[in-house]
Design a protein around this ligand. Sequence first.
Ligand SMILES: [Zn+2]
Length: 350
Amino acid sequence: MASALVLRAAALSALLCGSFLSAAPAVPTQRIMGVDYVSLQAAGDALGLRATSSLLGRNFTLSGPSHRVDLEVNSRDILVDGLRVFLGDPTVGRDGRLYVSRTDFEFRLIPFLRPEMAGPPPAHPRIIAIDPGHGGKDPGKQNFRLGIMEKTCTLQVAFRLKRLLEAGGYKVVMTRTDDRQLEPDKVADLPRRAEIANLAHADLFVSIHFNAIANDTRTTGSEVYSFVPEFQRSSNSWSDRKDDSLREVSPANRQDAWNALFAHAVHRQLMSNLHTMDRGEKIMHLAVLRPLRCPGILVESAFLSNDSEARRVATPAFQEKIAAAFLAGINDYARILDSIRPAPQKPTKP
Ligand SMILES: [Zn+2]
């Protein structure tokens, strides 16, 4: 606990001297276990949503005409309009009230529920960087029983997505177009993919992957990752209780709110197109996302270690569905940005 507090204190000093300024509304915060928290009531008031609790005081909701968020005490696992989302910090219950961390309020709830409050939106996306995960010596995950390799499936989906995006009027840059690594070692290969997007002035970055768990043939489903918002822990760090929060902001942190909004838009379309198990929106310090100067996500669309899901992944029909879900998510994200962009000022006549 002591080291976690020291890390938080370091994070706070970095926040004071190096953080990207947020545009989030002023809400009263309360320091709990070294983290700034906001009451769900105050968050609801700022977002124009009603906060309610169940009779036993363990389950809470934020709801309004077009949104509903379900939360539980001491949990990072919430539902946003029916989609599973992982918060960066667990909720806290105190005196019958629920608290969410200030960072989750700012970089999860606001972008999902009131994106117009997240600050000036990025430009309407025109150039999309597609990153087919792995390649060359690095096959990625494999299903040896069926002879299916992740690096092959990611490239096949990438080509389908490229075709759909170009037909939709987008310009596409691919980090690879054949079976190769970009750099001999993984440490250099991953940031190189983000650099290609940066050099092309990409407006969005999508890294395509497939998942697998060793000695587990049952797990299935899709998950969408974005870079960890400034100073939070990654989703996976909680199971082994190791605090992996960073002391410094990364280039990707400039887009914290928009990474979340983009992840959410693609997640919604993946769920409605693929009908896979919802494994949630998660956050991780991914080297392929860290250097990005535009919003970016990494998607594990399905599990290769489950034979029936792996067989589907290898079919052109399912690959086309994945690509169509990405396209629809990108279109939705673009529409949301356009809907919250202030109208251009008309010149006033003298
Ligand atoms: Zn992968």
